[in-house]
Design a protein around this ligand. Structure first.
Ligand code: SAH
Length: 342
C-alpha cells in the first residue's frame, strides 16, 4: 500500500533514499518541492529523473484533508473542520495575533485523558492522527494564507488530543514544520501542551529541539487535581514536578503552566499561594485562562481573576491573563466538532 508523502521528516527520507541507493540530498530536494514549491504531483519535481519520480510514485501518494466547514470570527480567528480519509472529523484553529498567525493543531481523534472541564474528552479517542494528518492541518491553512501574502508563523499543539499520548507522530510532525527546508516554523514559535504524561516529559527533555513546553496544571494540589484530571491519579504532582525540574535543569527553558480559573473551585488566594509554592524556582510562566463554559463549571469573574493574577505577580511569579478569541464561533476545545457529531 502507498504511504502518505507528508508522513516523514527530512531525516526519515534521507534514510529512505540511502536505502534505495540514492544520495541523501534528494531528501532536501523533495522537501523543497513539497513545502516550498508546494507541488502536488511527482511530475512537477523537475530536478528528479523520470525513473526516480516513477519509483516515488510507486511508494507514495499526496494525502489531503477535505475542508468540511470553515468559520470566521469577528476577531479574525478561523476554525476549520477537516475530514480525514476515513471520514473522521477533526478541528483546527487559526488565530491572528499582532505578532503573526498561529495554528492550533489536533493530534488525536477524540481524547482519553478525561479531564472533567474539557469538551474534547466527551468523545473517546478513536485513534491517533498520523504525522501527515497533523502536517496537513498546518499546510492547508498556510496555503490559504499564502494567497493573502501571509504565513503561519506559530504552531501550538493544543487542539484535541494528548500529544504525548501520540508521541512519535507528534515529534515527527514537529521536525517537518520546524525544518528550514520544510515549513520553517522557528522552534521558539512552537509549543506542545501536555496534561502531564511523566515518562514522555523525560523523553522530551532529551530532544535536541528548542521548542516550548506547556503543562495543563489547572489545580494546585493532588486532592483537587486527581478529582478533575484522571492523569493525576497515575502521576502525582510530586512526580510531575520532579520530571519538570529535570526538564528545566536539562534544557534551561521556561515552562508554561496553563491554569483555567474555575469559579469557586481553584480560584481562591489560598490556591494562588499553593500554586506559587509549587512552581517556585523553575522559571515558570503561568497562563491564566478564562474558562470557556462547556458544562459543569463556571468561569471566575473578572475581579477574582485579577486578584489571583496580582497575587502571583506580587510573589515573583510571571503570569499573564489570556484573552479569549473566537468566542462567537465555538473556538474552544472540541466544541465545533462536538456540535457537528451530535
Ligand atoms: N491534552 C493537552 C492539549 C489539549 S488541551 C493538554 O492537556 O494540555 C489544550 C488546553 O485547553 C489545556 O490546557 C486544556 O486544559 C484547556 N481547556 C480544555 N477545556 C477548556 C475550556 N473549556 N476552557 C478553557 N480551556 C480549556
Amino acid at each position: 500500500m502507498k504511504d502518505n508523502i507528508y508522513n516523514y521528516s527530512r531525516t526519515s527520507f534521507e534514510d529512505y533514499f540511502l536505502n534505495i541507493g540514492s544520495p541523501k540530498f534528494r531528501a532536501t530536494q523533495l522537501f523543497e518541492a513539497l513545502y516550498k514549491q508546494r507541488i502536488r504531483e511527482f511530475s512537477e519535481i523537475t530536478n528528479f529523473k523520470k525513473e526516480f519520480r516513477i519509483k516515488l510514485e510507486e511508494n507514495y501518494y499526496f494525502g489531503d484533508l477535505e475542508i468540511e466547514k470553515e468559520q470566521i470570527s469577528e476577531d479574525g480567528t478561523r476554525k476549520y473542520l477537516f475530514r480525514l480519509e476515513d471520514g473522521i472529523l477533526i478541528e483546527t484553529v487559526l488565530m491572528k495575533h499582532n505578532y503573526g498567525y498561529s495554528v492550533c493543531v489536533t493530534t488525536q481523534a477524540g481524547c482519553n485523558m478525561g479531564c472533567a472541564f474539557c469538551a474534547s474528552g466527551l468523545i473517546k479517542k478513536k485513534r491517533n492522527l498520523s504525522t501527515a494528518e497533523i502536517v496537513l492541518q498546518v499546510l492547508k491553512i498556510d496555503n490559504s494564507l499564502r494567497k493573502e501574502g501571509n504565513r503561519v508563523s506559530h504552531v501550538v499543539v493544543m487542539g484535541i488530543g494528548e500529544p504525548f499520548d501520540n508521541y512519535e507522530n507528534v515529534i515527527e510532525f514537529i521536525k517537518v514544520i520546524n525544518d528550514d527546508k520544510g515549513l520553517e516554523i522557528g522552534s521558539r514559535h512552537i509549543t506542545i501542551s501536555t496534561c502531564g504524561i511523566v515518562p514522555k516529559i523525560y523523553q522530551f527533555s532529551e530532544l535536541p529541539l528548542q521548542i516550548n513546553l506547556a503543562v495543563s496544571l489547572h489545580f494546585p494540589n493532588d486532592e483537587m487535581r486527581s478529582r478533575y484530571m484522571k492523569i493525576n491519579k497515575k502521576y502525582s504532582l510530586a512526580e510531575l514536578f520532579k520530571a519538570l525540574r529535570y526538564y528545566y535543569q536539562k534544557t534551561n527553558r521556561r515552562i508554561t503552566f496553563e491554569y483555567i480559573l474555575l469559579a469557586g473551585i481553584n480560584d481562591s488566594l489560598e490556591n494562588a499561594k499553593e500554586l506559587v509554592e509549587l512552581v517556585r524556582g523553575m522559571n515558570a510562566y503561568i497562563n491564566l485562562i478564562p474558562y470557556n463554559e462547556t458544562g459543569l463549571f463556571k468561569r471566575s469573574d473578572e475581579k477574582t481573576r485579577r486578584a489571583f493574577f496580582d497575587y502571583l505577580m506580587k510573589n515573583g511569579i510571571n503570569a499573564i491573563m489570556r484573552k479569549e478569541q473566537g468566542h462567537d464561533i465555538d473556538a474552544a476545545c472540541g466544541q465545533l466538532r462536538l456540535k457537528e457529531m451530535q
